[in-house]
Design a protein. Structure first.
Length: 259
């Protein structure tokens, strides 16, 4: 009996220590989610609103050169300047995850390389020496056009807050799971089942990740308001967690308390 009574407190202390560590680690995704939801997403939304509200830069006077017009536009900062570019070179590399779509442009106002999310519809038609029309806002090229075709660059603000909200909500849900699993270890170290890595922890992490990605992408594709995303994700993960918890608790699927 002495051996048993000496072992149990040490075992409970280890479980409580693991729970405390899990709670502390949960603060990392919690902070990440907070920054995404309170800084990244609002900043992107504000930038897009500013871009949509920006007025075209006033045309140059008859005696004003394009360089002088560019300097004036840069000083104005928030106006959209239309610039005639010459294509120096392009890169249209379609190698899966390593794909790269860029065009190097030159003018008296702006010189540099712009990136695109895909080659269609303008980039794939460009060759060195082509003359294209671009729009410059806040020192970055927003669109490139050839003839009637226009294509946004990767720097153009996008109306896709659903994806950022999905990322932030995923991080907060991971933090919540960590706090849940950690708190149970602290409060009842000898009865943590089934809140262990297997079967519940790993399953819930996978479900949270897949649900976050699918809900965010589908919301972008069909235009669901971004504020719907957190509610849908919390409902999916919450219902899944509760059903799995009840099932494994009833079945007694986890034999140990230290998992």
């Amino acid at each position: 009996m002495t051996g048993v009574s000496g072992t149990e407190p040490r075992s409970a202390a280890r479980v409580r220590g693991a729970g405390l560590l899990l709670v502390l680690l949960s603060l990392v995704p919690a902070l990440g989610g907070y920054l995404v939801l309170s800084v990244w997403v609002p900043s992107d939304m504000e930038r897009r609103q500013d871009y949509l509200a920006a007025e075209p830069c006033l045309g140059p006077a008859e005696t004003e050169t394009e360089t002088e017009a560019g300097a004036r536009a840069e000083a104005a900062e928030d106006c959209v300047l239309t610039v005639a570019f010459v294509v120096e070179r392009t890169k249209n590399d379609k190698r899966g995850k390593g794909s790269s779509y860029t065009a190097t442009l030159s003018s008296s106002v702006w010189n540099g390389t712009v990136s695109f999310g895909d080659p269609d519809p303008v980039l794939e038609r460009l060759v060195p020496g082509d003359r294209v029309t671009g729009t410059v806002w806040r020192g970055q090229v927003m669109t490139v056009g050839k003839g009637e075709l226009r294509q946004n660059t990767s720097d153009a603000p996008r109306d896709e807050p659903q994806f950022g909200v999905g990322v932030g909500t995923f991080l907060e849900l991971v933090a919540a799971l960590g706090l849940w699993f950690g708190a149970v270890r602290i409060v009842r170290p000898r009865d943590v089942a089934p809140l262990t890595w297997r079967p519940l922890g790993r399953t819930l992490l996978i479900v949270t990740g897949i649900a976050g990605l699918v809900v965010a992408l589908v919301s972008v594709w069909i235009g669901v308001p971004y504020w719907v995303v957190p509610g849908v994700l919390v409902a999916i993960v919450g219902v899944t967690a509760w059903q799995l918890y009840k099932h494994h608790r009833q079945e007694g699927a986890v034999p140990g308390a230290d998992g």
